[in-house]
Design a protein around this ligand. Structure first.
Ligand SMILES: *Cc1c(COP(=O)(O)O)cnc(C)c1O
Length: 467
């Protein structure tokens, strides 16, 4: 399998390079040179497999010659063995035709574990093979940091340092990071805001000698391997509901467009996905694009679904490249104009192609609370605010008059956002048993001022401890 950059200038790369590099050197995002496709008979043969086996078989074409199916299977089995449900990503029926695909049974109770648990192992495997190691640094306002820490803990070739703004994450979020006492994990509370943390990380990456010395790396949401690792759960849901002999629709609460892109990839691979519904909170740039071919940046507004509080959906560039007929020059020009002017549109034919498949939906906080209450009262189902936007979107935009099942990506456990759930339903969702002692566990983190030299000194002291 070879990968192309969406901006058309980087040389084609293999899976290992794409995994370790993340972003292409021309600033673009990697996509497979050709989509692997399965025939209906091949899809049918995958029905009923255990999740780790299905994942290995569907991800292997993207990995290509980089590792054997058996090696990859060993990694998917290890990645998903710690999940809190034997189905890994169970389907729960909500009404006569809609289902929640629960992606939150991993160690940090949000869907990012589905990809990150495998990504950490893929990184470790490829680095060990090459005799290399990396230091992962990242900034978090809460959720992505814990998923990255859980993915990298105890990996031999990786050290990880995560910066969070001191006192500005929820206690659950902080403890999910700071109670991981693995020797290759370090947490740093910065006396400043989330933006200060992000600026510190950027400054470390821009400090070329430091970046080289520490072999800095990131596991951000544009990494192709994360998308690939999100494909199997959409396939599993579709197969369980009768695909490839029956079409299915997906509704996905969306921020960076990564999760819904994986649902779209399943369609590229040959499953009958009838429509893709994109749920947004007040930060509705994608909804506005689909409504009027106007992708325009606005300031981020905080909401009850903070993991979707974004201004620019970075993974959208991959869809744009396909909409523009895989024209790297056109994609680069469009993205550069977007960065410079804060808005873009696409040629009419491309926009029509997008709106033929993707349907946008937006919901404010009051609507989100009402939807959480409706699900609780109607189906006895406790949904987190992100998931509720997905279910509301499905109700509004999936055709009610014919028998296509609609699968809603349930992206976070309700106990991850207990305040909103309690406000809506009067019930405070408890943490699952395996996390019930989170508040008694020992924490470890250091506190530093917003000062680059001190932060770099900390990273230096904590990296390469196993070297
Ligand atoms: C990250 C996240 C999202 C958004 O996913 P994208 O891939 O960025 O679209 C939605 N819900 C939750 C709970 C998340 O953590």
């Amino acid at each position: 399998m070879r990968y192309l950059s969406t901006r058309g200038e980087a040389a084609p790369r293999g899976f290992e390079d794409v995994l370790l590099a993340g972003l292409a050197e021309d600033g673009g995002l990697f996509l497979p040179a050709a989509w692997p496709t399965l025939s209906p008979a091949e899809w049918r043969a995958l029905r009923g497999l255990p999740y780790a086996e299905l994942a290995a078989r569907l991800i292997h074409p993207f990995v290509g010659e980089a590792m054997s199916l058996a090696t990859l299977r060993g990694m998917t089995e290890a990645a998903y063995s710690g999940f809190g449900h034997p189905a890994v990503a169970p389907l729960v029926q909500l009404d006569h035709r809609s289902f929640a695909l629960e992606l939150f049974h991993g160690p940090t109770l949000a869907f990012k574990d589905m990809a990150m648990q495998l990504l950490g192992r893929l990184f470790d495997h490829v680095l060990a093979k090459r005799g290399e190691r990396v230091t992962i640094v990242g900034a978090t306002s809460g959720d992505t940091g814990s998923a990255a820490i859980e993915a990298c803990r105890d990996r031999a070739a990786i050290d990880i340092v995560i910066l969070h703004p001191e006192g500005r994450t929820s206690e659950v979020q902080r403890r999910q990071m700071t109670t991981v006492l693995a020797p290759n994990v370090a947490n740093l509370a910065i006396q400043g805001s989330f933006d200060d943390c992000q600026d510190l990380v950027k400054a470390m990456f821009n400090d070329a000698p430091f970046r080289r010395e520490m072999q800095l790396s990131a596991v951000n949401s544009i990494n192709w391997a994360r998308i690939a690792a999100q494909i199997p759960y959409y396939a599993a849901a579709a197969l369980a509901l009768g695909a490839p002999d029956r079409p299915v629709a997906f509704s996905v609460p969306t921020g960076n467009f990564g999760n819904v892109l994986a649902a779209w990839a399943v369609r590229q691979m040959g499953l009958p996905v009838e429509r893709l519904i994109i749920g947004s909170n007040r930060n509705d740039i994608l909804h506005r694009f689909l409504a009027a071919n106007d992708m325009s940046m606005r300031p981020v507004e905080p909401s009850l679904s903070p993991s979707m509080d974004i201004q620019v959906s970075s993974n959208f560039e991959r869809l744009l490249f396909e909409l523009l007929g895989r024209d790297g020059v056109a994609t680069r020009t469009t993205m550069e104009r977007f960065r410079a002017e804060g808005r873009m549109s696409v040629p009419d034919a491309a926009w029509r192609k997008a709106t033929g498949l993707f349907h946008g939906f937006t919901l404010d906080d009051a609507g989100t609370l009402a939807e959480i209450r409706r699900l609780w009262e109607g189906a006895g189902y406790l949904a987190d605010p992100h998931t509720a936007i997905g279910t509301a979107a499905a109700r509004a935009l999936a055709p009610a008059d014919h028998a296509i099942p609609v699968v809603v990506a349930a992206t976070a456990h309700p106990a991850k956002f207990p305040d909103a759930v309690e406000q809506a339903t009067g019930r405070r969702p408890p943490l699952p048993p395996r996390l019930a002692d989170l508040f008694e566990r020992e924490e470890r983190f250091s506190v530093l001022p917003n000062d680059l030299a001190q932060v770099e000194g900390f990273v230096r002291a904590h990296a390469r401890r196993n070297a």
